[in-house]
Design a protein around this ligand. Sequence first.
Ligand code: DGJ
Length: 801
Amino acid sequence: MITVKDSCMFLHTNNTTYSFGVMPTGHLEHFYYGKRISGSDSTGLHTVDAGLREQNEFVCGNSIAYDKTHSGICLEDKALEFSGYGNGNINEPSIEMQYADGSITNDFVYVSYTIVKGKKKLQTLPSANGNKDNCEQLIITLKEKEHEVYVYLTYSVYEDTDIIVKSAIVENKMKESATLLRLMSNQLDFCEGKFVFHTFNGSWATEMHHNTTPLSGSRLVNSTYVGTSSNRANPFTMLATPQTSENFGDCYGLNLVYSGNHYTSVEQSSYGKVRLVSGINPQSFSWNLKPNSQFEAPEAVLTYSADGFNGMSKNMHKFVRQFIVRGTWQYKERPILLNSWEACYFNINEKKLLTLAKAGAKVGIELFVMDDGWFGHRDDDTSSLGDWDVNKKKLPGGIERLAQKVNNLGMDFGIWVEPEMVNEDSECYKKHTNWVIANPNRTQSLGRNQMILDLCNPEVQQYIIDEMTKVFSSGNISYVKWDMNRIISDSYSQYLNPEQQGEFFHRYYIGLYHVLNTLMSNFPDILFEGCASGGNRFDLGMLCYFPQIWGSDDTDAHERVQIQLGYSYGYPQNTVTAHVSSCPNHQTLRNTELESRFNVATFGNLGYEFNLSDLSATELDAIKEQVKTYKQWRKTLQFGQFYREKTDIMGTNLSCGDIDGTISWTIVDQNKKNAVGFTYRALTRPNNFFMCYKAMGLEPQTQYHFYNKEFKRNIKEFGSLINMASPVHIKEGSVAQSVAEKFVKLGGDKEDAILYGDRLMNAGYKTKQAFGGNGFNDKTRIYKDFASRLYFMEAIEEDCN
Ligand code: DGJ
């Protein structure tokens, strides 16, 4: 609900209020963002802004008074809604614009407001959905005091998800051009407060590691300048009080609907005020704002929760599912896939692929994906990107025949593409050397032996649309993995004029979004999965087109827990894909149990990525069982609410008898009838027997059947220790051991109980004693290094009679 009275604006969601008002100077003073408060509709005796405004009489020493009429106001020491630079306003600005006379002072003041039901979408960038039934928008018009330049601040209020989406548009109504040097999407000021800035950083294969930095005097920045939203610094951030934990405390969640260079900074001023700004990274950005033209900043998504990180995540997840992800696959269960990459890499042909697909069909896989290596003469990563013709030596019957044969096995067929790229060794590059991002007067740097096509150029955009239209129509294709395997360097568009080069990065994304818009509307039923060497472009901009994104090239279960933990703060689990792969793992050479690899991958959209044809019958049986379990619980796993309980993967609290150092998550479906719990521990210890799993999000007064799947232990896992129990001596690696392994299986730890939700959530469930070097029987839990468990919870229908 949006209310405006006496130039004070109140934006209410179910549990939050965002408020600001016009100052005597015409600037907008930010009043408050947090837990819902009464607003202009309140019937109390107070004035509408009572207690919300700072009461200024004198400016502080060594600072600047705004003007003679307002000599008590210093813009440096005000919580503002939108900040320029000049007239004493020296903090990080939301806008930087240089005018024809070279001046850089920007002073935007209030003109008017409008409220619309629903939401106006951005013209050049993807926007969150929203209509008159679920969203309301406030549009504030500001004007630069000395120029015919206007800024429109938009606030879309999503009551049910406690989300506010902000953006800014600048319009030049002057007769001459101006140079825009920055336009932030969001400025969020606090008049005081102690905060910790949470960011999610990493690199290839180590995406989304959670970092925390307390805010003190200097400016903290989370940004990227690599041309993608990046694995180095995801655009999702949080600002929370130092005491905030998973379930308690103030937490602000912030994200951008943007895939390019982004910037979020937060700073505490000398007067204790806190300013956060976020938007397109201003580094090397400039935009020639011609007369009668506009520039749109990407949308910023904001939420607040008083219920800690979990409360904030709940809002973000709901919002991303409902208003960012769209199309046929928005709420459709995602198929279990088998991807050829880690099984075959580039060494593929129809026969090999079909052997793999057959093995997949036997264990119940639903979608077979042919990854890289099917086009041009691509036998390694040095050639053929840009030439999207099928390699007839590898696939003599083309994509059509392969897809048909896969369909005949009862599976859907999917394909890999990397449309934004080109290799030097390609027909495309030979014909169009000026289509790549490169300055022809400098040496070009390569990434994975490839160059990036210049998506600022409409001819290139059309080429990609045409080539991909051919590929996507070349057989019965149900799924496409859209990859992007290098970052942008040598940023220079041979299509743009020299004075437009500051527009390059942003124009690349305007071009890409246009390509994606066109292809998505022409192929609405294909399930698209985004990928950029894993999670190098995992953001809300991409999720407007791709309902899911490959979270990381790292398929190691231990690494994946950390990566998926990071994603879970800002993104719902059904946007992250996760695969079970072979061991030793291809990224770390680490061995983890097949069960753990599966358990971790079930907390994303499940896939497999290894050579099933090489596996033993026992392993294939185990996988068949996993696939069956996943199908049974898929709806809950993909679309239920994700909760974090324990998040200490490094075991930093491990001390005598301390059972920390575990991860514990729960996913609960919408009606709270089904839930799946997950526990994980990196390193085991002797004499450390007990574990208590606590569920979250259940119905307190409902009884649940709580259980896990029993699985049998191989005697090899006990090594020579087996001789403590065996009547005959079993030497490791001997024939006797292999024979015994076939016939003797040791019982697994089975948990089975009926208990109330309140007990499961508060007291928790104390699992069987773990093996700790002191004894073993079938009532003992074996919880080795990198071990994990899934626990299933089903509500028991009360008998009304
Ligand atoms: C990088 C991706 O992340 C991998 O999954 C795989 O598709 C390769 N590219 C193929 O080149």
